[in-house]
Design a protein around this ligand. Structure first.
Ligand SMILES: Cc1cc2nc3c(=O)[nH]c(=O)nc-3n(C[C@H](O)[C@H](O)[C@H](O)COP(=O)(O)O)c2cc1C
Length: 353
């Protein structure tokens, strides 16, 4: 299959062309390509997501594979169906805010190809809740595989986003962690976070996840972020997403700072999952996010306590064949170890070509 090797048609032909466009232009072009009716259905039989060994339970949500698309790629739910056809087990759409937003001034997405990374300071450009609800209505058949990321700077706005989107989703992901939106940090205050989550939990009809900010190695920050994790679990969330982009400063971004994503994050993600796993001890599901690009990464994060993973930046670099490649390789690794279900993955991945 043309997308079955890392050296794919995408990396040889499509990526050099797409990367000639500025990042946001390239994103628009891929949205147009992914919106072409019918085209991506062709991938469905070959996307590697049909092997029952990959079936995953995420806080009560049944998924065909633990590999999901992270929030921010499909902000306005334009390409959910196509992306699922590529082999993702679930799509996290949004982040949705109550009103439409222009986002921050450009340039606000920068590629760092040497590191297989991106920096962004988008600040939630999006069409807002009404548009999201309208589009989600078209994906009722895929509802069981859609998480909706919601955010706001006032509790009432977030509650409204929950009420309107949860009938159309398998789960809700509360984003308190984008480094690019002034105002989200109010929910880094544990009492405020607890109040918000308790209100959401009382009204929720589907599992609720909270996406945490990352904690680099300095201990104050680590303690502060783990306190947020503890608060969220105490307040009754069903799961934690660990974590959002890592704050960076850069003159390449008009805003002067933003979030780093992609390969440099992976080792931190693994350490953070170990931290959170030790803290929650099974009281909440964990979704690992940050720098994931291979089946071995998925294996390591599942072995460390995650129930599922999300990725974004590696999809930009590796193209539409990536979820299929990861699914297939994960099955191969499981076969090597004689493991029949992803829930049984432990220890390091086997070293196979
Ligand atoms: C361009 C871009 C936009 C993003 N937008 C959002 C967003 O709207 N909401 C959110 O929770 N995370 C957003 N993220 C963060 C990703 O969901 C993810 O947490 C992060 O990129 C780390 O994963 P990765 O290394 O696989 O990309 C965005 C990331 C990128 C690169």
């Amino acid at each position: 299959m043309f997308w079955s090797n890392k050296t794919s048609i995408y990396s040889l032909v499509a990526r050099p062309l797409i990367f000639k466009l500025p990042p946001e232009g390239a994103h628009k072009a891929s949205e147009i390509a992914l919106s072409l009716p019918g085209v991506w259905n062709v991938f469905r039989p070959f996307n590697g997501a049909h092997n029952s060994k990959l079936s995953t339970d995420l806080a009560g949500i049944s998924l065909p594979t633990p590999v999901g698309l992270a929030a921010g790629f499909d902000k306005d739910f334009k390409v959910v169906g196509s992306v699922l056809n590529l082999g993702f087990g679930f799509v996290t759409g949004g982040t949705v805010t109550l009103s439409s937003r222009p986002g921050n001034p450009k340039p606000r997405v920068v590629r760092l190809p040497d590191q297989s990374a991106l920096m962004n300071s988008l600040g939630f450009p999006g069409q807002g809740l009404e548009a999201a609800v309208r589009r989600l209505g078209k994906y009722r058949k895929q509802r069981d595989r859609i998480l909706v990321s919601i955010a706001g700077t006032i509790e009432d706005e977030i509650v409204e986003c929950l009420h309107r989107t949860q009938p159309l989703a398998a789960g809700i992901e509360l984003n308190i962690s984008s480094p690019n939106t002034t105002g989200l940090r109010i929910f880094h205050e544990p009492a405020r976070l607890r109040g918000l989550i308790e209100g959401l939990v009382a009204d929720r009809l589907v599992p609720l996840f909270v996406k945490l900010p990352p904690w680099p190695r300095d201990t104050d920050n680590r303690r502060e972020m783990l306190k947020l994790a503890e608060t969220a679990v105490d307040a009754g969330v069903d799961g934690l997403v660990v974590a959002n982009t890592h704050p960076v400063e850069s003159r390449l971004l008009q805003a002067g700072r933003g979030g780093l994503s992609g390969a440099p994050l992976f080792e931190h993600t693994e350490l953070m999952i170990a931290d959170v796993q030790a803290l929650v001890q099974g009281q909440a599901a964990i979704i690992a996010c940050g720098g994931v690009s291979t089946a071995e990464h998925v294996w390591q994060l599942l072995a460390s306590g995650a129930s599922a993973v999300q990725l974004y930046t590696s999809f930009i670099y590796e193209g539409p064949g990536l979820p299929s490649r990861i699914n297939r390789r994960l099955v191969k690794l499981m076969d090597m170890e004689g493991i029949d279900t992803v829930a049984d993955i432990t220890g390091p991945p086997p070293d196979v070509k």
